[in-house]
Design a protein around this ligand. Structure first.
Ligand code: PMP
Length: 285
């Protein structure tokens, strides 16, 4: 079925949505994005995504072309017109088109706002049941990973490198420590039950799911340590997992060919996934 997408004020067929070749998102990757999960036709944790969108835009001096309330209304309309029950909504704001190519930020351009829906099976994902296999690879990304830009070629290369090796994803390493996954935050659980994940900085994306999970972990009396960890520490861990808006929590059962824990999804990952989904579904709007 052809989707209805949103482009600059219009709800139109996906095949009719056209953006200029001078759009800076296309020429420079000068654009930011967000992905919000949809369960039962409702937005999950969307407020956090909207706040991060605003921050990404402000770091790059991109003026949001609509208020956050207007954007949320567009998201809801897209869910309705596409009859989306489960999946995600992709949202992108680029600086817009100045009708030519120059590096400096142009004045008086209108940012381009694009949104589209993606139907996906989120709750009954096979990866949640079986767990994923990952490899580690060097983190070759830029130094402002806290800004959610569409400049995603390095993560695409990392992901494809993993797929070429018949595994599911890559964990990125910088100065000997894991930063995060190609499109998710990374966690391990030590043999004495401590949940470890890298602290927030410009080195990683400040995951909306990560924030929610750390709060849930504290409530569930799981000890949390926000500190960098190495691949060697991860190999020895009892559990490993990743989080993101559309995966929620996916266990990691193998890293660099080494089995993690029992080789099955661990109890902490499973518990956090379950309580996150329960709460997210309740609070979805
Ligand atoms: N890190 C990276 C590099 C990501 O691309 C993502 C997903 N966009 C995340 C972490 C997870 O963030 P969130 O939970 O907000 O989806």
């Amino acid at each position: 079925m052809e989707r209805i997408v949103y482009l600059d004020g219009e709800f139109i067929k996906e095949t009719e949505a056209k953006v200029s070749i001078f759009d800076r998102g296309f020429l420079f990757g000068d654009a930011v994005y967000e992905v919000t999960a949809v369960i039962n036709g409702k937005l999950v944790d969307n407020e956090g995504h909207m706040i991060r969108l605003q921050r990404s835009c402000s770091e790059l001096q991109i003026a949001l072309p609509a208020t956050l309330e207007q954007i949320t209304a567009i998201q809801k309309k897209l869910i309705e017109v596409n009859q989306l029950n489960e999946g995600g909504i992709y949202l992108q704001v680029s600086r817009g088109s100045a009708g030519d190519r120059d590096f400096g930020y142009p004045e008086n351009v209108t940012p381009t706002l694009v949104l589209f829906t993606q139907a996906r099976n989120l709750l009954n994902s096979p990866k949640a049941v079986k767990g994923m296999k990952v490899i580690t690879t060097e983190d070759i990304r830029w130094k402002r990973r806290d800004i959610k830009t569409v400049g995603l070629l390095a993560p695409c290369m990392a992901k494809q490198g993993a797929l070429d090796k018949q595994v599911d994803d890559a964990w990125l390493i910088e100065d000997g420590y894991i930063t995060e996954g190609s499109s998710n935050n990374a966690y391990i659980v030590t043999n004495d039950g401590v949940l470890i994940t890298r602290p927030l900085s410009n080195d990683i994306l400040h995951g909306i799911t990560r924030k929610a999970l750390l709060e849930l972990a504290e409530q569930a009396q799981i000890q949390v340590e926000e500190r960098p960890f190495t691949a060697e520490e991860a190999y020895q861990a009892d559990e490993a997992f990743v989080s993101s808006a559309t995966t929620f929590v996916w266990p990691v059962v193998e890293i660099d060919g080494k089995t993690i824990g029992t080789g099955k999804p661990g109890s902490v990952a499973t518990k956090l996934r379950d309580i996150y989904i329960e709460l997210a579904t309740q609070n979805a709007e």
